[in-house]
Design a protein around this ligand. Structure first.
Ligand code: SF4
Length: 91
């Protein structure tokens, strides 16, 4: 009988640790999801993307452009000669 009572606190502590690490894992997953959502690209329409330059500004001269045809912020195929309203000078 005494033996069983001595074991009880150990089991309880272990159970709490397991529950605790499970909760921490869930928080990590949620944190990761939040970061992924922040990193998501926006649509061309949201930034008024166009396939032609605007003045001397174009995607090829934007710091967000990724050659040959992508953008770090805007989804879809991006022309080096395109432009959108979040254009930001490279360099
Ligand atoms: S102007 Fe810049 S931000 Fe806009 S689509 Fe082109 S590369 Fe992306």
């Amino acid at each position: 009988m005494t033996h069983a009572i001595e074991k009880l606190p150990k089991l309880t502590r272990r159970t709490l640790l397991q529950v605790g690490s499970g909760a921490a894992g869930a928080v990590s997953i949620l944190g990761l999801s939040a970061r992924s959502a922040k990193a998501a690209k926006v649509s061309k329409a949201a930034v008024a993307y166009q396939d032609s330059p605007k003045g001397d500004q174009n995607c090829a001269s934007c710091r967000l452009f990724t050659a040959p045809n992508a953008c770090k912020q805007v989804e879809g195929d991006i022309s080096p000669n395109g432009w959108c309203r979040i254009w930001s000078k490279a360099g």
